[in-house]
Design a protein around this ligand. Structure first.
Ligand code: ADP
Ligand code: MG
Length: 699
C-alpha cells in the first residue's frame, strides 16, 4: 500500500529540510499534493542542435561542445564572464553577467558539455546568457526523457539549491513508489468513451512525458478531470436548487399574452427571441423556481421578451415588476412599456426616488390590493413599505448594478420567491457562462432584429479632431444627434472633470448657439438636472450630448447616429461596446469614433482594433477575457475557475465543453451517483468536497 496522505518528509529522497522548504514555499504537505504539483512548462531536450543549424527564430536550444576559452571583461561594477563555445560546426559566446570565482573555477575548459538556454542573435553571432551546463558524461546518466518538466519554484528555493533537478528526482521517487496504487478517479466508461489516459498514465506523463503526444494526452485528461468536477458541483447545485426551491407554477399562456402577441407586437419576433421565450415558459411552468439570465447584445430585443414574460405572469393572476439600475432607465422602460400595453387593459406604474408621496400612496395601496399589475422602478421598489399582493415574477435589468442581497430581499416578500429574470447586455463568454454561471440558467438572444445596420467604427488620433468636428456638423445638418463621451475614473476624478469641462467648452466654441444646442450630463449633477438635460436630448431639443459614462446603460435615442468616445484607450472593452450600443438604434447608418492619443499600450491597441474589427458582443467578450483574465469578470470569484490548477478557461474551452456534457450525462442518468460504475466519481467528488476550500465556498 501507499499512503497518499503521508507527510512529504517521509518520502524517499526528501528529508526534513527539503520538506520544510516545500511546505513553506509551495504549500505542499502530503504525497498527494506533491503528485499533483503540475509543471509550469516543459523544455524539449530531445534534440541537440549543432551551431551551424541555429536560427535566429530558435528560442531555447540544447548544444553540445566544449568551452575553449574563458575571458573576464571589466564593466562598471564587477566583471562579466564570457566563454567561447565550440562544436564541430562553429562557435558561439556564452555570457555570465556577473563573473564569480566559483563560476570561473567550475567551468572546465575543453571538456564536453551539453548546454541549454535561450539563444540570442546579434550582428550575425549567436550567444547564450546563463546557460544550464552539464558535462556530457552526467547528462547521459540524468536523461529521463526528451521533454523535461519545469516545476514552480521560488527564489528561496533556488538560493538553497532546491532546483528543478532536485524536484524532478523527488518526483521520480514518489512516482516509483506510488504508481501501482494510484487509483482511477473517473469511471472506466468515461475513460474509454473519451479515450482518455488512465489517471496513472496521466500523472506519469505529466511529470515525465514519453513524448509530445503523451504529454498532450496527459494534459487533456487532467484538464478534463479538473473541469469535470467543477461542473459536477455546479450542475448538482442547480438540480438541488430546482428540486428544493419550489416556484409558482405558471400553468397557462392566456388571453393577455395571446392578444398582445397578436395585435400588440409591431414586428415578428426573431427566432432567437422565440426560442428564449419557450425556454422561459417551460421553466416557469415546471414548478421549480426560475433563476434565469437573459443575455443579449445591445439592441437584441430583450425588453420585448421581458414584457411577454411579464404578460404570462399576469395571465396566471400574478403581479410583476421590473427593477432598473437608474431612474433614467426605469422611466424609459416605463414609457416604452406603458405605450405598448396602452391598448390593453393593463395597469402599469413607475416608482422611483422622485415619485411624489401622494402617488406613492396610491401605488402602495394598489400593489397590496392586487389591482396594480406591473410596477417598474429603481431600488425604491425594494423598500419595506412596498408590499405586493402576489409578486410572481421580477425582471432585473443589468444585474451587475444589484447585489445578490437585494435580489433575495425581493424574494422574502411572499411565501414563495418570485421567478427571477435577469437581463444583461454584457455578453459573457460562453466558457465563463458555463463555469461561473453554471448553476444559473442562461438564455441567449444571439440574433439581432432584421435590417439593423452595423455601426461603422473608426479609430482617430486626437490630431484629427477638426475633421471629427466637421463630420459631426455634417451629421447634425442631416438632422442627426451626437454623443461625446468622456471617461470618468475614480482615481483620476479631478483631472477627468477638467477634461470633461475643457472638452465641453471647446465643443461649445465649435458648435455655437443659436444653431447648436448642447446637453451635458455627469455624475456630479443633481438627479433632477441630469434628467432635465437627458430629456432635452431625448426630445431632440439639443443635438449634442456631452457626457461621462452615465449614459452607458440603456439610454434609447434612435435619432442619435454618432458616438464619439474621448480617450477611448482608457475604457475597457465591455464599456466601449456598451457605449457604441447607444447608436445604431434607428434606421440610419451610425458611426462610432474612438479618439485616442498616439501613445498606446499593447492592450489598448488590441481593444481599439477589436472594436474597429467587430461588433459581435461575444467575440468582444472573448477578447476581453483574454486580456483581463477571468479574475476581473463578474461571477468568477465564487465559481472556482480562478483556482484552476492545470486547465485554462480561455485556452481549454474544448475540454470544458467535454466536461460539461459528460457531467450532465452522468448526473442525468445517475443523479446521486449510486451506480457501481460511478463509484470512483462519487469517491473523488466527496474527497474534493472535503479537501479544498473552493468547494466549500460554492455551496
Ligand atoms: P435591448 O436588448 O438592448 O434591451 P431593446 O429591447 O431595447 O433591446 O430593443 C431594441 C429595439 O429593437 C427596440 O426599438 C425594439 O422595439 C426593437 N426590436 C426588438 N425586437 C425586434 C424584432 N424582432 N424585430 C424588429 N425590431 C425589434
Ligand atoms: Mg434594453
Amino acid at each position: 500500500m501507499f499512503d497518499f496522505d503521508v507527510n512529504i518528509s517521509f518520502l524517499s529522497g526528501m528529508g526534513p529540510s527539503k520538506a520544510t522548504m516545500l511546505q513553506k514555499e509551495l504549500g505542499i504537505f502530503t504525497a498527494n499534493q506533491l503528485l499533483n504539483l503540475f509543471p509550469n512548462k516543459y523544455v524539449d531536450k530531445s534534440k541537440i542542435f549543432s551551431i551551424n543549424e541555429l536560427l535566429p527564430s530558435n528560442t531555447e536550444v540544447q548544444v553540445k561542445g566544449v568551452v575553449i576559452e574563458l575571458k573576464e571583461i571589466k564593466q562598471k561594477r564587477g566583471s562579466r564572464l564570457v566563454g567561447i563555445f565550440k562544436d564541430g560546426t562553429g562557435t558561439m559566446e556564452l555570457v555570465w553577467f556577473r563573473a564569480s570565482k566559483w563560476l570561473k573555477s567550475s567551468i572546465k575548459i575543453n571538456d564536453s558539455y551539453v548546454i541549454y538556454g535561450k539563444i540570442n542573435f546579434f550582428n550575425g553571432n549567436f550567444s547564450m546568457a546563463h546557460p544550464e551546463m552539464e558535462l556530457e558524461a552526467n547528462y547521459k546518466k540524468s536523461l529521463v526523457s526528451g521533454l523535461q518538466a519545469v516545476y514552480p519554484s521560488t527564489e528561496k528555493m533556488s538560493a538553497k539549491g532546491f532546483n528543478n533537478k532536485v524536484m524532478s528526482r523527488a518526483m521520480q521517487h514518489l512516482l516509483k513508489e506510488s504508481y501501482a496504487f494510484i487509483e482511477e478517479t473517473l469511471s472506466d466508461e468515461i475513460v474509454q468513451e473519451l479515450e482518455l489516459l488512465t489517471k496513472r498514465e496521466a500523472l506519469l506523463n505529466i511529470h515525465f512525458p514519453k513524448n509530445q503526444e503523451q504529454l498532450a494526452k496527459a494534459q487533456k485528461r487532467l484538464k478534463f478531470e479538473e473541469f469535470f468536477y467543477i461542473q459536477m458541483q455546479l450542475i448538482r447545485n442547480k438540480l438541488i436548487r430546482k428540486d428544493k426551491i419550489k416556484g409558482y407554477v405558471f400553468e397557462k399562456v392566456g388571453p393577455i399574452f395571446n392578444s398582445f402577441y397578436k395585435s400588440g407586437l409591431k414586428f415578428d419576433l426573431t427566432n432567437a427571441q422565440k426560442r428564449v421565450l419557450k425556454e422561459i415558459r417551460a421553466d416557469m411552468a415546471s414548478g421549480a423556481h426560475m433563476n434565469r439570465l437573459l443575455q443579449g447584445d445591445v439592441g437584441a430585443g430583450k425588453t420585448i421578451v421581458a414584457l411577454l414574460t411579464m404578460l404570462m405572469a399576469l395571465d396566471n393572476d400574478f403581479q410583476t415588476a421590473i427593477l432598473a439600475p437608474t431612474a433614467i432607465l426605469a422611466s424609459q422602460h416605463y414609457q416604452a412599456i406603458s405605450e405598448l400595453v396602452a391598448p390593453f387593459d393593463i395597469s402599469v406604474k413607475l416608482l422611483t426616488g422622485a415619485t411624489r408621496i401622494k402617488e406613492r400612496r396610491v401605488i402602495h395601496e394598489s400593489l397590496e390590493d392586487g389591482s396594480l399589475q406591473i410596477l417598474i422602478g429603481t431600488h425604491a421598489i425594494l423598500e419595506d413599505k412596498v408590499v405586493f399582493k402576489n409578486l410572481g415574477l421580477a425582471v432585473i435589468d443589468e444585474q451587475h448594478r444589484f447585489g445578490v442581497a437585494q435580489r433575495s430581499k425581493m424574494w422574502m416578500k411572499n411565501d414563495l420567491p418570485p421567478h427571477i429574470l435577469i437581463m444583461t447586455a454584457t455578453p459573457i463568454p460562453r466558457t465563463l457562462a458555463m463555469s461561473a454561471y453554471g448553476d444559473l440558467d442562461v438564455s441567449i438572444i444571439d440574433e439581432l432584429p432584421p435590417g439593423r445596420k452595423e455601426v461603422q467604427t473608426v479609430h482617430r488620433f486626437d490630431s484629427s479632431r477638426l475633421r471629427v468636428f466637421k463630420f459631426m456638423r455634417d451629421e447634425i445638418s442631416k438632422g442627426r444627434q451626437v454623443y461625446v463621451v468622456y471617461p470618468l475614473i475614480e482615481e483620476s476624478e479631478a483631472m477627468d472633470y477638467k477634461d470633461l469641462q475643457d472638452g465641453y467648452e471647446s465643443i461649445q466654441r465649435e458648435f455655437p448657439l443659436p444653431d447648436y444646442k448642447i446637453s451635458i450630463v455627469h455624475g456630479k449633477m443633481k438627479p433632477a438636472d441630469k434628467e432635465f438635460e437627458m430629456q432635452r436630448f431625448v426630445k431632440g431639443e439639443t443635438q449634442i450630448m456631452v457626457a461621462t459614462t452615465v449614459i452607458e446603460v440603456g439610454v434609447n435615442v434612435p435619432n442619435a447616429s454618432v458616438m464619439v468616445i474621448e480617450s477611448a484607450e482608457r475604457f475597457g472593452l465591455s464599456q466601449l461596446h456598451q457605449l457604441r450600443g447607444r447608436v445604431g438604434r434607428g434606421g440610419d447608418q451610425s458611426y462610432c469614433i474612438l479618439m485616442s492619443g498616439v501613445k498606446l499600450s499593447n492592450d489598448s491597441k488590441t481593444r481599439l482594433e477589436t472594436m474597429v474589427r467587430t461588433s459581435d458582443g461575444f467575440e468582444i467578450a472573448e477578447v476581453d477575457l483574454k486580456l483581463r483574465g477571468p479574475g476581473n469578470l463578474m461571477g468568477t470569484q465564487q465559481s472556482g475557475v480562478l483556482n484552476l490548477k492545470i486547465a485554462d478557461l480561455v485556452r481549454d474551452s474544448k475540454e470544458l465543453h467535454m466536461a460539461r456534457n459528460m457531467a450532465l450525462e452522468v448526473l442525468r442518468e445517475d443523479p446521486n451517483l449510486l451506480l457501481p460504475k460511478n463509484t470512483p466519481i462519487k469517491k473523488t467528488y466527496q474527497q474534493i468536497h472535503k479537501r479544498t476550500s473552493i468547494w466549500a465556498n460554492i455551496s
